[in-house]
Design a protein around this ligand. Structure first.
Ligand SMILES: *Cc1c(COP(=O)(O)O)cnc(C)c1O
Length: 396
């Protein structure tokens, strides 16, 4: 069996997205900035995509800027808020300890430029508390940036409450909604969101394309200078095939969202029940307030990397709780943020299931993980110390 269970890392392009991309490459290849008919046809396609994207999140077309993906959108949103804040003498930013590195690394850069950053705790359930956010807001707070859903543990944040608090205090609210757009309903107006980042390849669109929603009235700062594309806020000839494919994927995801979530929730909870039978294991993040596709477990006495290799041999693609980006075995900052100690965070597994997963596949995953965990514990010195009582178990 071959099961792709790493949809939080990237998704396979849908047939509709692939078709939209091919159609664009063949038939809409003009430069949208050109004045002759071929260019203007491409321009029409671009603006159609913008309008259709806007509808999905209840924005206006001119509030959508197409970018190269989630990282760029996050960077541009934070830079924009920082420039606006600085002009008003406000240099305090509130975020959380488990944001994506596109946010955390940008915040570190802003810190070097005189900004002060408060990282809210995310607690054991992986959810920030609105009252703690409100208490952290100061006179000089210019921005709150909190992700809509976490990419590792799938927990969904109280975005409506956060938006409401920010609006009342006159603070800009940005949310990294890369894991949420196309997966859960998002209405930027109802949620009082000022800026929102999204990325196509997390909802069956292509890689290297995404968008930034910016509420009208907020003046964006450019990351890329040059031509007047995207209202002058993001230079460079538009990636029209990517944008058209993203739009097709987004429309499809929005249309099927309810059905897909119902199915994935059922499978997710089945997998969670199955893996809970493994002794000295624990689900990471709240059991209910999480994305329908996310299962994240810690198993005591093993290392995440070795689980992945053995699961891969069984045809299952999954991800661990260690940061592979650096090549080093640093435990995930997300798992540390919810209070998992180093050793436990190391033995973690993220399964992010897709819409087409079946119950048989779910059972195969459960059986495979049980087998692999038992196998690895069989020759783990840490596990031996734990069972012999030389070390104390942390997970029940
Ligand atoms: C994937 C991801 C990003 C980065 O998006 P790219 O399009 O790959 O740059 C940012 N934030 C979150 C939460 C993500 O899951």
């Amino acid at each position: 069996m071959q099961i792709y269970a790493d949809n939080a890392a990237t998704t396979k392009m849908s047939a509709a997205a692939t078709e939209a991309m091919t159609d664009c490459i063949k038939n809409w290849w003009g430069n949208p900035s050109s004045l002759y008919t071929i260019g203007q046809k491409a321009k029409e396609k671009l603006e159609e995509a913008r309008a259709q994207t806007a509808v999905v999140i209840n924005a206006e077309p001119r509030e959508i800027i197409f970018t190269s993906g989630g990282s760029e959108s996050d960077n541009q949103a934070l830079l924009t808020a920082a420039v606006i804040g600085k002009k008003q003498g406000k240099t305090h930013i509130i975020s959380s300890a488990f944001e994506h590195h596109a946010i955390l690394h940008t915040l570190n850069k802003l810190k070097k430029n005189g900004f002060e950053v408060t990282l809210l705790p995310v607690h054991e359930n992986g959810i920030i508390r609105a009252d703690e956010l409100e208490a952290a807001i100061r006179e000089d707070t210019c921005l709150v940036t909190i992700m809509t859903a976490n990419n590792e543990i799938g927990t969904i944040q109280p975005v409506a409450e956060i938006g409401d608090i920010c609006r009342r205090h006159g603070v800009l609210f940005h949310t990294d909604a890369v894991q949420a757009v196309g997966h859960i309903p998002i209405d930027v107006k109802a949620l009082s969101i000022d800026m929102l980042s999204a990325s196509a390849h997390k909802f069956h669109g292509p890689k290297g394309v995404g968008f930034l929603y910016v509420r009208k009235g907020i003046v964006l700062q450019n990351l890329i200078e040059g031509g007047a594309q995207e209202r002058g806020k993001r230079a460079g000839t538009e990636n029209l095939p990517g944008i058209a494919a993203m739009t097709a994927a987004l429309k499809e995801a929005a249309a099927n969202m309810e059905r897909d979530n119902a199915h994935k929730t059922e499978i997710r909870d089945h997998i969670i029940r199955g893996l809970s039978e493994i002794t000295h294991s624990a689900l990471n993040g709240d059991a209910e307030r999480r994305l329908s596709g996310n299962v994240n477990f810690s198993f005591e006495g093993i290392e995440g990397e070795s689980i992945l290799i053995l699961l891969d041999q069984k045809g299952i693609s999954a991800s661990s709780g260690s940061a592979c980006t650096s090549g080093a075995l640093d435990p995930s900052h997300v798992l540390l943020a919810i209070g998992r100690i180093h050793d436990v965070a190391h033995g973690s597994l993220r399964l992010s299931i897709g819409e087409d997963i079946t119950m048989e596949e779910a059972d195969y995953i459960i059986d495979s993980v049980k087998e692999v965990v038992a196998h690895l514990r069989g020759f783990s010195p840490v596990w031996r110390d734990l069972t012999e009582g030389k070390k104390e178990f942390i997970l029940k």
